[in-house]
Design a protein around this ligand. Structure first.
Ligand SMILES: [Zn+2]
Length: 787
């Protein structure tokens, strides 16, 4: 997954930093009173206009009501049904529908367990039943393109609540219907707050406020510039604003969105009064760029992408195009703020959300853990307090600073950060023979042709290798000291050199005589089938050998230049293997940084921190003596709007870190991708880091006991070091906290009293059984024999 993004990045770098990126002069435009909110064909579609408590223009049948809060708003529609009831239904009248025309329908919803919403429009029934968890409070988005066919003029749209176990509530909000295939309407722009219902700010660290913008303009309607405006209360101090341009990929389709930095657009600040209170307006003027047509045509995030269930990475994380860096001047409170897009002929209706002031605890600093995070868009340039902020939340490494000014700027920044106490500076790399243009780098097939069908030739050391290695050497000279290896690809190359190494692999690890792989891998070969398994294993072993060669060369080069030769390698993606000895050659990798993206898809870790912990425990166990020190690549919500978010999008950050920390041979983590991390994440990162730092010795050196499985959402993990130990008890089985008790016993605990690391509560076993209450805190860290 990592690799794909990096690849896209490279393409955009080539594509977008082309010399024809000239900026058109801003032309003054006259103020327009026209508010461009009238395109939504659903009347009162955001359910914010009420009369006597009823939503204007909506009719209902069954147990229907207005609920609050809505999705990023005050109100939403709700429906309640129990098993025996007739379906509840909301309905409204649409007008001016054109026949044989495509329309986009979008809305946000929440469903009870096994519930289903049916949307009836243009004589068609759309069934909406995707919901990640039982009793979910997480808003999900649905969108579809529908053809009106014979329908014309007035037409109804109905939402029916169906099924569900027990009497549960259905919610719908922000219902939009647009003519055409754009989910925001025609010839307009939109600024959207990423993520969720509240934005957090703090007086303790600089707070990133992430937004996305989208637009769609036909040729001839394109404005000279679009303004993205955020109005913030005076209780907040403005630090800086990072801007990016959303790009789509591929150019003629929509499988991914990505942001490239925009350093040319101007940002203005003006003081204003709002209802008598001092506010300031941040106004980003994003000009149309000539000669960059592809990037500006129909730049809306398309239907289906925002409510994608199969994979979120890239689709979601690529959407941030504006990030404000602010700091609270006060230590508590909640304040409204406003945002909208504006262009020469129109304006998005102003949106309001609340800023909530929170405090970020000081986490303390770790002696031996590796605690690395990537950062928000352009943070290296835009956040003057980046190092202080990182140290406050307990981090000691930083990745992807997104700096301008090339190698020398990076060298200066890393130099300063190092003096302040940060220790690890990461960069994503890959095996130097990967993605090389040279034909000789391509894997040779069974017939002796370098087709590249089997990936890359890991024995290749030609000009492409040299070029990549020179790049890596430059990065190391800038102060980067941690090379994180991106997605690995299997390499099945039948060249003589690769075969010779396979012979060596067999000799070292088995008693089997050498057989030429181009014989035993031929279809229909009837000999000892173990060879085929070993050939697969060899791919990983060879990967490790190649990394060793890279490390050796890089360290030599640094020494030659009189620089500190201490560098770290991390392996983020493992090739499939059967025998653990295939991992024997991976000694060049100081850390196993395998990727565990909790919300990558509803099908992988399923939004469950417990599954992340289980996976890390099992993968370390499977490697046995070949396990590397584990510094897992974790992720923030990726992002919070993703329907696969199974828990509170912020607190899950803390839980996944604690779950990972209980794995064998744990050494730390790397948080990717940084642009999706906001203040809510950082707060919970700080809380988890504080606990890790406090129990660092047990975390690092303790023995991980086989976890106690309560059920698929609940478990107990124990780590012991001599007479001291940690116990992590969790229950993530509902989205909203519901009080439960996790009961367990363990011979490894010797009936010792467990103490809650945060509340100090003592838990004494009763007849050998511990009863641990789980409330709002879904995972509790308990300790014994230590302080
Ligand atoms: Zn080869």
């Amino acid at each position: 997954m990592r690799h794909y993004l990096l690849f896209i990045c490279l393409i955009f770098t080539l594509l977008l930093f082309s010399p024809n990126c000239t900026i058109k002069q801003f032309v003054l435009q006259k103020e327009h009173g026209a508010i461009d909110g009238g395109q939504n064909l659903v009347p009162n579609g955001d359910i914010e206009i009420l009369e006597n408590g009823e939503p204007v223009r909506w009719n209902y049948r069954g147990r229907c009501a207005v609920g609050c809060p809505g999705f990023q708003s005050d109100y939403a529609l709700t429906m309640e049904v129990s098993g025996q009831d007739q379906a509840a239904q909301w309905e409204t009248q649409l007008s001016s529908i054109k026949p044989h025309t495509k329309y986009v329908i979008c809305f946000w919803y929440r469903l009870p367990q096994k519930g289903r919403i049916e949307v009836i429009l243009f004589g068609k029934t759309l069934s909406v039943d995707q919901m990640f968890r039982y009793n979910p409070m997480h808003w999900c988005r649905y969108s579809a393109i529908l053809d009106s066919e014979e329908m014309e003029g007035n037409c109804k749209i109905s939402f029916l609540a169906k099924g569900g176990i027990g009497p549960f509530k259905f919610w719908i909000d922000r219902i939009e219907l647009y003519e055409g295939e754009s989910p925001i309407g025609q010839n307009c722009a939109r600024l959207q707050y990423q993520y969720y219902n509240t934005a957090y700010v703090s007086p303790d660290i600089i707070s990133p406020l992430p937004f996305a913008f989208e637009w769609t303009f036909d040729n001839g309607h394109r404005p000279q510039e679009i303004q993205y405006i955020v109005e913030l209360p005076d209780e907040v101090e403005f630090i800086s604003c990072a801007l990016g341009r959303i790009c789509k990929w591929p150019p003629d389709g929509w499988s991914i969105t990505w942001t490239r930095r925009d350093d040319t657009s101007k940002v203005e600040i003006e003081k204003i009064l709002m209802e008598g209170r001092p506010y300031f307006r941040v106004l980003a003027r994003v000009a149309s760029i000539l000669g960059d047509e592809k990037q500006l045509t129909d730049y809306v995030v398309p239907v289906g992408v925002r409510d994608h269930w199969k994979g979120s990475l890239g689709r979601y994380s690529g959407m941030i195009s504006m990030c404000l860096y602010v700091r609270s001047k006060v230590s508590s409170g909640s304040f409204p703020f406003y945002y909208y897009a504006k262009w020469d002929r129109g304006q998005q209706p102003r949106k309001r959300l609340n800023l909530e002031v929170i405090t970020i605890p000081e986490a303390g600093s770790s002696k031996n853990l590796v605690l690395i995070s990537e950062v928000q868009m352009q943070a290296g340039d835009k956040n003057p307090q980046l190092a202080e902020d990182f140290l406050r939340i307990g981090l000691n490494g930083i990745g992807h600073m997104d700096l301008r000014g090339g190698d020398s700027a990076l060298r200066n920044k890393i130099g300063k950060f190092r003096q302040m106490g940060l220790r690890y500076f990461t960069s994503w790399v890959n095996i130097a023979s990967y993605n090389v243009d040279d034909k000789d780098a391509k894997a040779m097939d069974l017939n002796g042709q370098r087709t590249g069908k089997g990936g890359w030739c890991l024995s290749y050391r030609g000009p492409g290798w040299v070029k990549n290695m020179n790049q890596y050497k430059k990065r190391l000279e800038s102060g980067v000291n941690f090379l994180a290896f991106d997605d690995a690809k299997p390499s099945t190359c039948y060249c003589d050199q690769c075969k010779r190494l396979f012979a060596q692999f067999l000799r070292i690890n088995t008693d089997l005589p050498y057989i030429d792989p181009s014989l035993f891998m031929k279809e229909g070969w009837n000999g000892d089938q173990r060879y085929k398994i070993l050939w697969k294993d060899f791919s990983l072993w060879h990967y490790g050998r190649t990394a060793q060669a890279m490390k050796h060369e890089l360290v030599q080069s640094l020494r030659y230049r009189g620089l500190n030769g201490r560098i770290y390698f991390g392996i983020s993606s493992w090739l499939p293997f059967t025998h653990p000895f295939a991992a024997k050659s991976l000694t060049a990798f100081d850390f196993d940084i395998r990727q565990t993206y909790m919300n990558w898809a509803s099908s992988s870790f399923g939004g469950s921190p417990k599954k992340v912990g289980d996976y890390l425990y099992q993968s370390q166990e499977a490697l046995g003596i070949y396990a590397r020190a584990l510094a897992a690549t974790l992720s923030p919500g990726l992002t919070y709007m993703h329907p696969a978010c199974a828990l509170d999008p912020y607190s899950q950050m803390k839980y996944q870190i604690l779950e990972a920390m209980m794995a064998p041979h744990f050494a730390g983590y790397l948080m990717y991708a940084g642009k999706d991390i906001d203040l809510g994440d950082m707060k919970y990162m700080a809380e988890a880091n504080a606990l890790m730092v406090r129990f660092e010795e047990i975390v690092l050196k303790g023995k991980a006991i086989k976890p106690i499985e309560i059920n698929q959402w609940s478990g107990v993990r124990i780590k012991k070091l001599g007479s001291k130990g940690l116990v992590l008890v969790s229950d993530y089985s509902t989205y909203e906290p519901i009080d439960t008790i996790v009961r367990f016993s363990s011979n490894d605990l010797d009936e010792q009293t467990l103490i809650d690391a945060e509340s100090g509560e003592k838990i004494i076993p009763i007849s050998g059984i511990y009863h641990v209450k789980i409330k709002a805190e879904r995972a509790r860290l308990l300790y014994f024999g230590a302080d």
